[in-house]
Design a binder for this molecule. Sequence first.
Ligand SMILES: [Zn+2]
Length: 343
Amino acid sequence: MPRILDGSRSGACLAYRGGVHTLPLARSVVDRAAHRRADPGLLAEVWADPRTLVLVVHEGRLPLADDGARLDLRAPSRLRGLRPGEGGAVWVFLGQCDERPYLAVLLADLPVEPGSLEGVAGNGDDVGSWSARVRWGRLRDVGHALGDRDADLATTAVALAEWHARHPHCTRCGAPTRPEQAGWVRRCAEDGTEDYPRTDAAVIMAVTDDAGRILLAHGAQWPPHRYSTLAGFVEPGESLETAVRREVAEETGVLVDEVTYVASQPWPFPASLMLGFRGHATTTDVAVDGKEVTDARWFTRDELSAALRAGEVLLPMRTSIALALIEEWFGDTLPAGPSPATI
Ligand SMILES: [Zn+2]
């Protein structure tokens, strides 16, 4: 069944649960408690709290419990060797949920590489032996399988990890910056400029014609047979609706009039917010740009079913809003495609 507007999931820590919170990476249930970030002692205080759990993020990878559907969150006492203010790692206060505070620690390097036999000899409570033993996965691969709390924690932590890694210098003078506000701000050491995490708006759209067909495209960088909805970044000085019409026209030559917002979800690879739309096509002739898009086709539901069965088409991965948009149009669950690193 169409899943985008299904608001029936449980497990919320926040009181409000609207109808569009069930996209895999849009399940915001953790109270970010942003008012606490200004306290300079917050990270040390939360680290010392026996209720606290810590999410370790290493180069965008997440530690997974054995079933692969839960994060391997650790009490601070079970991450010996890691502590806020020591060793240069960035710490982030993610918020609280069910009376429990959550931290993330963003590591550029692990003390012991995953799978290293040398590290397995530890007792399990030092970060080196743990990091060697634990299974690591990427958010785009496992986000849909995680529960609400874990998906929320992981999405925020990965987004901030990408931002910290890409913004080591002041946007004004180029001097080094350092984290403040419990990991939510970076401040320049020279002139005090504050840099805040950025999110890039991107539109993604299920374009349909008067015959009820959907327009799916193949990107130049994608693996063979992958087809998905069109998408693109919003340009400066442009509305979301204009961006939808421009991207569709540029990449396929198809013209769109009516544009309807559906839902959004963060896509922190590295910093996108995907804004999902439906678009109504007024033309159907396809002329791809040959650069970003090398093929685009109209599909009826029967044609898409047949192409999937024949292996001629692979859809996007389950974590994506693209698959949710396609399934909403189709009216049923469809087989998700693999998650290649290039997408
Ligand atoms: Zn500066």
